[in-house]
Design a protein around this ligand. Structure first.
Ligand code: B12
Ligand SMILES: *[C@@H]1O[C@H](CO)[C@@H](O)[C@H](O)[C@H]1NC(C)=O
Ligand SMILES: *[C@@H]1O[C@H](CO)[C@@H](O)[C@H](O)[C@H]1NC(C)=O
Ligand SMILES: *[C@@H]1O[C@H](CO)[C@@H](O)[C@H](O)[C@H]1NC(C)=O
Ligand SMILES: *[C@@H]1O[C@H](CO)[C@@H](O)[C@H](O)[C@H]1NC(C)=O
Ligand SMILES: *[C@@H]1O[C@H](CO)[C@@H](O)[C@H](O)[C@H]1NC(C)=O
Ligand SMILES: *[C@@H]1O[C@H](CO)[C@@H](O)[C@H](O)[C@H]1NC(C)=O
Length: 430
């Protein structure tokens, strides 16, 4: 039992730990807006057939103040379709993103959240994640990236959740922060955003403050910030290019937890801009996830969009990735499926092919050994089974993609194969 006279001291200590809610951001300057053209081009020309992609994009363009009504209506239509037709199929994190997109910047679309009782549905889905953890060795239905999105959406849109449960779930020792033995920067970053939102609600008295929860949440944030900073690479990327936007958002809102000298935001931003110009974020979801960060925005800003700001000059961008006319040349690669045994073959594909083309060629050779299934997701096709063996979140199994023994940072639909690649899909545990 804590003694009552210690209470003020703890309060004081906490207060000195969090002297302000100032956020350090760095954002692309007006003169450099043209550097964002590849992102905008991707965002404007996409078809948006997948709901999560549309939700993520709508959220991002609202946060940065892109006012194009044609685009917003198109995205909105896709998001609404997903709610009306597919609500029960949505995962918790997908619903959380939809809520944030609809609620962002307080437009009329916010009513949709309440008409369809999306908040209480999210509460139920979040509960189901926790129950699954109880029944399956601490493994949620989806993953901690999505549990973080859940808490974030519930926190931002006045859903109910237990702060004690949040403090318990998001302890930095939890295995769910790790994917394939590696700290997942995306996951840690999303957790920091969620924890920061909860912390702010506690401190502003919006929800009942329990000193112990607040202290634990502070401690968790502190450790997660440290882990994220330790994933900083030479040129300033954090994790890889695709996690850097999320990491930047997390670091923007948690600047009380690190020293100015710990992170050179400008260097990170400059490297991201270079990657943008190289066409690295050429799929819509990748563009949507990096955009808020380079404009100095975070998901915590959904309730305080400065209208009219960031109304930047969109000179309808020219496509950057000019794919060269299909080279008639063929390349040959090695491809194997590894379970406990390894099944191996050579495959010849046109130069410029992606990993998926190789898998399809191999499947033609021998359906028993190289047959596979996939599902469309916002990041492209996701491999769900090979030889009939299905990935399963309850036992943390998945089909890992590798080249030359190293895990790839892109999926089968995006990774362009090279002459002599040793490609592999491996039955793995994350
Ligand atoms: C959790 C996660 C996983 C889990 C997914 C299973 C689970 N338990 O949920 C595991 C560990 C299995 C996984 C695997 C892979 N992942 Co992953 N993953 C994530 C993470 C952290 C969150 C995804 C999520 O829930 N999003 C939120 C929900 C609402 O969106 P969703 O569309 O419904 O989410 C689903 C898809 O994202 C899908 N998924 C997850 N990863 C990938 C990767 C690809 C290429 C595809 C097509 C789909 C996909 O699983 C999610 C749950 O069903 C993201 C980070 C991020 N920034 O998005 C990385 C991320 C999407 N993954 C990535 C990669 C590279 C992979 C792998 C290719 C790694 C590898 N070398 O094998 C494999 C996929 C291989 C395959 N079978 O096709 C990259 C994609 C980058 C890119 N440009 O394509 C990301 C962005 C991480 C990063 N920063 O590099 N991943
Ligand atoms: C708005 O978006 C639509 C659809 O993406 C596009 O065709 C149009 O050119 C955009 N308008 C402006 C003013 O950018
Ligand atoms: C928070 O961290 C401090 C310092 O590391 C530690 O002394 C304290 O016990 C932690 N508090 C909780 C509630 O875990
Ligand atoms: C927008 O871009 C056009 C053409 O590039 C330029 O002439 C105009 O001055 C710009 N406007 C602002 C507000 O930057
Ligand atoms: C494949 O195409 C790339 C660029 O399009 C080229 O650099 C490379 O030499 C080609 N390789 C083969 C084997 O044709
Ligand atoms: C596929 O490979 C398996 C194992 O190597 C072999 O037994 C089988 O005969 C092959 N099938 C075809 C159609 O080549
Ligand atoms: C591909 O496999 C063949 C046969 O096993 C091997 O000789 C060759 O070295 C492999 N290619 C590469 C690039 O390792």
């Amino acid at each position: 039992m804590r003694q009552p006279h210690q209470l003020p001291l703890v309060g004081l200590l906490l207060f000195s730990l969090i002297p302000s809610q100032l956020c350090e951001t760095c954002e692309v300057s007006k003169e450099k807006y043209f550097c964002l053209n590849p992102l905008l081009s991707t965002i404007f020309k996409s078809k948006y057939t997948r709901g999560t992609e549309a939700a993520n994009t709508l959220l991002s363009i609202r946060l940065v103040g892109i006012q194009n009504q044609t685009l917003q209506q198109r995205l909105l239509q896709q998001v609404r379709y997903n709610v009306e037709r597919k609500e029960s199929d949505l995962s918790s994190g997908q619903l959380a993103l939809i809520i944030m997109a609809l609620g962002a910047c307080h437009t009329h679309d916010e009513n949709f959240i309440y008409d369809y009782h999306l908040i209480s549905q999210l509460e139920n889905k979040f509960q189901a994640e926790i129950e699954n953890m109880g029944a399956h060795d601490g493994n949620p239905l989806t993953n901690y990236y999505q549990l973080s999105l859940d808490v974030l959406a519930l926190c931002l849109f006045s859903g109910s959740y237990s702060t004690t449960k949040v403090a318990e779930l998001f302890s930095p020792e939890n295995k769910n922060y790790y994917l394939g033995g590696q700290f997942s920067v995306d996951t840690g970053a999303m957790a920091i955003l969620a924890l920061t939102c909860v912390k702010r609600s506690l401190m502003s008295g919006q929800i009942r403050a329990d000193e112990k929860d607040l202290e634990r949440i502070n401690n968790h944030t502190q450790s997660l910030v440290k882990k994220i900073l330790s994933e900083k690479k030479g040129k300033g990327l954090i994790g890889n290019a695709f996690s850097t936007g999320n990491a930047m958002q997390a670091l923007f809102v948690s600047s009380d937890y690190y020293q100015e000298s710990d992170w050179d935001c400008q260097q990170t931003l400059n490297t991201v801009l270079k990657e943008i110009s190289r066409g690295v974020f050429s799929i819509p979801i990748a563009a949507a996830q990096i955009l808020p960060a380079v404009m100095g925005k975070t998901y915590l800003d959904v309730n305080s969009c400065v209208s009219g700001s960031g109304n930047f000059n969109i000179s309808i961008p020219v496509p950057v990735t000019v794919t060269p006319p299909n080279s008639p040349l063929y390349i040959s690669v090695n491809y194997s499926v590894r379970i406990s045994e390894t099944y191996f073959t050579h495959v010849t594909v046109p130069n410029g092919s992606v990993f998926l083309d190789v898998m399809e060629e191999a499947q033609k050779q021998n359906k028993t050994v190289f047959g596979f299934t996939m599902e469309e997701s916002e990041w492209g096709p996701y491999i769900t089974s090979v030889q009939g063996l299905r990935a399963n979140n309850n036992d943390r199994t998945y089909w890992e993609l590798l080249s030359g023994g190293k895990p790839l940072s892109q999926g089968v639909g995006s990774y362009i194969v090279h002459e002599g690649d040793n490609l592999e899909v491996r039955w793995s545990k994350y």
